[in-house]
Design a protein around this ligand. Structure first.
Ligand SMILES: [Ca+2]
Ligand SMILES: [Ca+2]
Ligand SMILES: [Ca+2]
Ligand SMILES: [Ca+2]
Length: 303
């Protein structure tokens, strides 16, 4: 009789097939680290597939939505542990198909071209899920430098820490447009400093040193964008110390900020029993899906 055992070695599963003649055949199930998800009614199916040989691992989850997966708390974290049951079933399948179709899961009508050769399931175990949200201002400064270089997590005091503040000095000119790293080498020593006062433009409230704050140099249109107020020579007034119009109304609002969001959603499979297969812990991987990237818009309170 042919017996099949699975053991966990590091992050990989090794398939040991003990044949009648005593030979041991070892096959590595080397799924990559990503998994996918599809919604079916009120249920989700987490799945991952591979070819050569064609195999899949899947977990059906009842009463969980894609929105639930990114409903993080104030610290940007969502944690849940799903029970693998007769409702939430974990499956390992092998297929006769040389290449698996992209619509393998979540079809109301199963793909008639798919031929399953082996289908084993576990109705016990758990599936811990963890989501971690990271946000960035995409301002051209790494998150690490955005925090450290200023020794002040919120330079302009607008409530947005520098690593998610696209306008670090609150002058209504985006940091990425104030040339914080002209040669793009990650070293900010060459940051643009128009008035040469030792404070780079992206941290300087008065870039040209004419005594008028940059955000107040909107001589043409008061639209929270000093970059489009140009009086002479094609140079924005906020960078031209020879243009300082004291009659221009002072700024009354901050510009809108766009903050990008990235959700890293990981799933583990613990203590499953696939008939002849048992696993303590298997890293199902990181979700690859469009819901993991998003953004939010903020207009900081003016101060
Ligand atoms: Ca800020
Ligand atoms: Ca700025
Ligand atoms: Ca300066
Ligand atoms: Ca100025």
């Amino acid at each position: 009789m042919r017996k099949i055992f699975f053991i966990l070695v590091s992050l990989n599963i090794l398939l040991l097939a003990s044949c009648d003649d005593g030979d041991i055949i070892t096959t590595e199930l080397d799924f990559d680290n990503n998994f996918e998800v599809c919604a079916s009614g009120r249920d989700l199916v987490f799945f991952k597939t591979k070819n050569e040989p064609s195999e899949s691992l899947s977990l059906k989850v009842a009463n969980l939505s894609l929105a639930d997966l990114i409903a993080v708390d104030e610290f940007g974290v969502f944690i849940d542990t799903l029970n693998i049951t007769t409702t939430n079933i974990f499956n390992y399948r092998t297929y006769r198909n040389a290449t698996l179709p992209s619509d393998l899961f979540c079809n109301a009508i199963p793909n008639s071209n798919v031929s399953i050769t082996q289908d084993v399931e576990s109705t016990s175990g758990t599936a811990p899920i963890k989501t971690i949200l990271t946000e960035d201002d995409d301002d051209g400064i790494s998150i690490e430098l955005d925090v450290d270089i200023n020794n002040n997590n919120d330079t302009d005091g607008d409530g947005l820490p520098n690593f998610i503040d696209a306008d670090d000095d609150g002058d209504n000119v985006l940091t990425k447009d104030e040339n914080p790293d002209p040669n793009g080498d990650g070293n900010l020593d060459d940051a643009q400093d128009t008035d040469e006062d030792g404070i780079p433009d992206y941290l300087d409230a008065d870039d040209d040193g004419d005594g008028i704050n940059t955000r107040d140099e909107e001589n043409d249109s008061q639209n929270q964008n000093p970059a489009d107020d140009i009086t002479v020579n094609g140079l924005p007034d906020y960078l031209n110390k020879d243009v300082a119009n004291l009659n221009t109304p002072a700024a009354t609002a901050f510009r809108e900020h766009l903050i990008s969001q990235n959700y890293v959603i990981t799933v583990q499979i613990k203590d499953i029993d696939l008939e002849l297969i048992s696993l303590d812990t298997f890293n199902f991987g990181v979700l690859n899906n469009s819901i993991t990237t998003s953004s939010r818009r903020v207009v900081p309170e003016f101060r």
